[in-house]
Design a protein around this ligand. Structure first.
Ligand SMILES: Cc1ncc(COP(=O)(O)O)c(C=O)c1O
Length: 406
């Protein structure tokens, strides 16, 4: 018996470890909340995307349990076969309503995860082209991995010519668009940048899309539930109107495992675009539909999201943190959202700070390459509506103490 392959991978894993790039799993013995039990120890956490504190909300657990009693534990099949249950359909209609003021003739399609929604939407759109055509894709530099993978897949299928434009640099994007004589163009961007917390300039991007006759896909994984008066996300926050000439160009992705507190995602757009994604999105077609009980729970989650008291508490926490924290060496990144990263720089340094916080029973993840560019390792601090000001003070004191000691 040869262990050649095992040795090959062991060698690579050792290499990751030596470069401080080997990741490890931590086991959580309690529900998502500001205080969690990790390996038997109570920890104060600032790392989840449970921005509204709904992931352990009793109303959601109750709604999922009711869904389980009504529809059983599994969907039994893919959506196109017999897996598309009534709660899936009700949820899609409710999700479409959340975007109806911003996108004309909107329809929504529910997915098991945001990763799959992004892959499906991008590859379905590019698969609409004939064998002698390609889509010019303009991809934001700091897009999430699932958008990058969708774009790569489209490009490997020879259906896309990809150009990455620098973060927030719409002048550079315009220069690229102005030179492009291709008939088919797609701009792809995060709504809230997941490792930085800043917002895409949606209004200006939509204007460019219109001027240069492009489609625009906005992945609002960290905005849905959080941004806008009703929590409908970045299009609401930016004041986009469904009467805007450009609004039918939008493909909006919202995810439901972050602020919505459960799991899943949706694509919303003009009904024709969404019908095409349903027909051709392989990650939609060739997978088992998620349990109907999840969709049943998500309908309740949409009700809770419409109550702005969760957003008010979250925004209070963000403002309190920004006005109270005083750092000497490290910089707080420019963000008004629940994602409040502190830039450290070297991977080893970011890991060291995260470890020191951990010793003080505070859990903040260090984010390092390849998730972020080289030399931009950071602490990714995230807030929830459920954090108290005392808990935020505890984090601030610990950070200031560690910074002084380094
Ligand atoms: C910007 C962004 N898009 C998409 C996803 C993927 O969503 P999901 O976790 O539902 O697969 C994430 C995070 O997980 C994300 O941060």
């Amino acid at each position: 018996m040869t262990l050649r392959y095992i040795n090959h991978f062991n060698h690579l894993l050792d290499d990751l470890e030596q470069h401080s790039l080997k990741r490890t799993l931590k086991i959580c013995d309690s529900a998502s909340a500001p205080i969690m039990t990790i390996d038997g120890q109570a920890m104060l956490t600032f790392c989840s995307n449970d921005y509204l504190g709904l992931a352990n909300h009793p109303e959601l657990a109750k709604a999922i349990s009711e869904g389980l009693l009504l529809f059983g534990s599994g969907s039994g099949a893919s959506h196109m076969i017999s897996g598309h249950h009534r709660p899936h359909d009700d949820l899609e209609k409710a999700l479409a309503k959340t975007q109806a003021s911003f996108i004309p003739e909107v329809r929504a399609l529910f997915f098991s995860t945001g990763y799959m929604a992004n892959l499906a939407a991008i590859t379905a759109i590019t698969s609409s082209l004939g064998s002698n055509q390609v889509m010019s894709i303009y991809s934001e530099e700091l897009n999430h991995a699932s958008l990058i993978d969708g774009v790569r897949l489209a490009s490997k299928q020879n259906q896309a010519n990809v150009q990455v434009f620098p973060h927030q640099d719409l002048q550079a994007l315009e220069q690229l668009l102005a030179k492009d004589t291709n008939e088919f163009k797609l701009i792809v961007t995060d709504g809230v940048f997941s490792m930085d917390g800043d917002l895409a300039q949606v209004t200006a991007l939509l204007k460019l899309a219109h001027q240069y006759d492009a489609l625009i896909l906005v992945d609002d994984a960290h905005g849905f539930g959080v941004l806008g008066q009703h929590g409908f996300g970045i299009l609401e926050h930016a004041g986009i109107q469904n009467t805007n000439e450009a609004a039918a160009r939008i493909i909006y992705i919202g995810t439901l495992g972050k602020a919505a507190g459960i799991s899943g995602a949706f694509v919303a757009g003009h009904k024709t675009l969404v019908e095409w994604i349903l027909q051709k999105g392989r990650p939609y077609i060739y997978t088992t539909a998620s349990p109907p009980a999840i969709a049943h729970g998500l309908l309740k989650s949409l009700e809770l999201i419409s109550d702005d008291s969760y957003r008010t508490s979250l925004n209070h926490n963000i403002q309190y943190w920004k006005k109270t924290l005083r750092l000497k060496k490290w910089g707080l990144m420019p963000s008004d959202t629940a994602i409040q990263p502190i830039m450290i720089g070297r991977t080893e340094d970011a890991l060291q700070v995260a470890q020191q916080l951990y010793k003080k029973n505070i859990w903040v993840p260090a984010i390092r390459p390849p998730t972020v560019p080289a030399n931009t390792a950071r602490l990714r601090i995230t807030f929830s509506a459920n954090h108290t000001t005392e808990q935020i003070d505890q984090l601030i004191h610990a950070l200031m103490e560690i910074e002084d000691g380094l």
